[in-house]
Design a binder for this molecule. Structure first.
Ligand code: PBG
Length: 329
């Protein structure tokens, strides 16, 4: 036997020497949910690792994350119903608490990278990522709203914008609009391959952003998010985003779409981000709470699998917990 792969697994030292992948703080992006007001820190039942926080609590949370080495955050707003309308107009209102919070976060922590969410759904009475008109999502009209939202976010100080809506050609529309207004250095992390997944449930609980999801009442998120049965379509989306000026390509969800992460990594010379979504975290937490799985082991293994598939950056609700754990082991 000339080849004995077990020789490279002989000792801890050799195993470390030949180890190919490792998840570090630099790979992780921490999602944060913000609510208006002060002194709020609310539990999200279906996602016990995350909380909905007002800015005061959020600044403390960021400070703790920074202490553990995290430096990149993605911020999502929970918008009160009274601010929602058909056209998501509050999303670019200069008085919007989400925009004001971004400015304050960046002035308190100038060295961190702050990523936004560009989508109509938190602000829309229809709960959709696009403008609903006669039961249809109007792509091109939505782009105009996304452009206004993007410029407001760039002005507020977000470093990178995260269009999560899946409208066609939104990267180009946003890039042009930012450039015209002299925000040439604001980046775009495009949700390139965002699937119409059932694993977003806890996130929609967190933000109260579930669409009116009745199969008899169109439209459905399936009319813009990708079909979980498809993979070649992801290549078309990636090519468009690349040509249109995206700085990062994202795959979402992550764990159930590792093949897509790998395929984008192999085919495109852009950094690949993967969104380990709320439902994927929740199922792991539930199994661990039942003592069916060991949290300290399965959680790091999960993040490692996403990294190994080719993700350069991983958005995960476990970001802080992972680093806390690595500090103790
Ligand atoms: C939509 C958006 C969603 C998530 C991030 N941005 C949900 C959706 O499409 O309904 C989900 C993230 C998660 O489940 O963790 N703007």
């Amino acid at each position: 036997m000339l080849r004995r792969p077990r020789r490279n697994r002989k000792s801890e030292s050799i195993r470390k020497l030949v180890s190919e992948h490792r998840v570090s703080a630099d790979d992780l992006i921490m999602p944060l949910f913000i609510v208006d007001g002060i002194n709020h820190s609310e539990v999200i039942n279906s996602l016990p690792v995350a909380r909905r926080m007002s800015l005061d609590f959020l600044l403390d949370e960021i400070k703790e994350c920074v202490h553990y080495g995290l430096h990149t955050f993605i911020l999502f707003p929970k918008i009160p119903d009274s601010k929602k309308d058909k056209t998501a107009s509050y999303s670019y209102d200069p008085d919007n608490f989400y925009l004001k919070a971004a400015t304050e976060i960046k002035s308190s922590f100038p060295d961190i990278t702050l990523i936004s969410d560009v989508a109509m759904d938190p602000y829309s009475i229809d709960g959709h990522d696009g403008l609903v008109y006669n039961g249809i999502i109007e792509n091109d009209e939505t782009l105009e709203i996304l452009c206004k939202m993007s410029l407001a976010q760039a002005k507020a100080g977000f470093d990178i914008l995260g269009p999560s809506d899946m409208m066609d050609h939104r990267v180009q529309a946003i890039r042009d609009h930012l450039d015209k207004n002299n925000y040439k250095d604001t980046g775009i992390m495009s949700y390139t391959a965002k699937y119409s997944s059932a694993f977003y449930g806890p996130f929609r609980d967190a933000l109260d952003s579930a669409p009116i999801d009745d199969p008899d009442i169109p439209p459905h998120k399936k009319s813009y998010q990708m079909d979980p049965a498809n993979s070649t379509e992801a290549l078309i989306e990636a090519e468009m985003d690349m040509i249109e000026g995206a700085d990062y390509l994202m795959v979402k969800p992550a764990l159930h779409y590792l093949d897509i992460i790998k395929s984008l990594k192999d085919n495109f010379a852009l950094p690949i981000a993967a969104y380990h979504v709320s439902g994927e975290c929740a199922m792991l937490i539930a199994a661990c709470q039942n003592k069916w799985l060991e949290y300290e082991k399965v959680m790091p293994e999960t993040l490692l699998s996403i990294k190994r598939a080719g993700a350069d950056a991983i958005i995960t609700y476990f970001a802080k917990e992972y680093l806390k754990l690595s500090n103790t082991t």
